[in-house]
Ligand binder design. Structure first.
Ligand SMILES: Nc1ncnc2c1ncn2[C@@H]1O[C@H](COP(=O)(O)OP(=O)(O)O)[C@@H](O)[C@H]1O
Ligand SMILES: [Mg+2]
Length: 235
């Protein structure tokens, strides 16, 4: 089946998300209309608790919305089962979190390789080549056999970036990726996100650093679960 050339990568209409609980309900997102094109770089800002992480987890198919409609690259996500969602996450999306989320029992290289093994369609030589290239790109080849605990925070985050880019994702989701880093390492990680974007990946960057947010070509601002601004930044 032909897909229209102008299909948005992300197309959310009137998305709402309520966290349950019998007694207390939290309406984390409300009336979100968001379209992101392939290859775009969008930053998301807003105060703590405004729904940034929730929105990123919905975009990344890590959680389900309560109302509305979400198409990912033209595909209605409401019809996807658990396996189909996991497959899209694994093959099309790279995740980078504030807390790095590396597996502590695996080396840097093994952490980068793991999602590639899970795909089930890449041979060992291809995986090894991708791991090597990715670690080289983030300047971590020389630490390939180190465990996360033997690496600094900045080094761990560069490994997490390598893990994301080794999958050649259409979309990279980064939730406060520089939140635990000193300014020098933060700059490195930010530059790596920009180079991933230059290679064609769409990037969604959550940050409460207004200066960093303004470096993105487009900034979406959230407040109390709603989008209150969606602006183009002049570079
Ligand atoms: N798993 C959860 N269960 C219940 N409430 C949650 C959960 N995750 C987030 N929330 C609530 O949803 C709102 C948005 O949270 P979040 O998306 O984490 O905001 P941000 O990332 O902007 O700080 C907050 O009120 C938060 O307390
Ligand atoms: Mg958050």
């Amino acid at each position: 089946m032909m897909k229209a050339m102008n299909t948005s990568l992300i197309d959310m209409r009137d998305i709402g998300k309520t966290y349950g609980g019998r007694d207390v309900e939290t309406r984390a997102l409300n009336g979100i209309d968001l379209r992101i094109e392939k290859g775009e770089f969008v930053s998301f800002t807003g105060p703590s608790g405004c729904g940034k992480s929730t929105l990123l987890s919905l975009i990344g198919l890590l959680a389900s919305f309560t109302s509305g409609r979400y198409r990912f690259d033209g595909l209605d996500t409401a019809v996807l089962d658990r396996d189909a969602r996991a497959r899209i996450r694994n093959r099309r999306i790279g995740f980078i979190f504030q807390s790095f989320n590396l597996l502590s029992g695996l080396t840097a290289a093994e952490n980068v390789a793991l999602p590639l093994h899970r795909r089930g369609n890449l041979g060992p030589a291809e995986i090894e080549a991708r791991v090597e290239t990715a670690l080289e790109k983030v300047g971590m080849s020389h630490r390939r056999r180190y465990l996360p605990s033997q690496l600094s925070g900045g080094q761990q985050q560069r490994v997490a970036v390598a893990r994301a880019l080794a999958g050649r994702p259409a979309l990279v989701l980064a939730d406060e990726p520089t939140g635990n880093l000193d300014s020098k390492n933060a700059k490195k990680v930010t530059a790596l996100l920009a180079s991933l974007n230059a290679e064609g990946a769409a990037v969604c960057l959550v940050t409460h650093d207004a200066g960093l947010a303004a470096q993105a070509p487009r900034t979406v601002e959230l407040l109390d679960g709603r989008m209150v601004a969606d602006q183009v930044n002049r570079g």
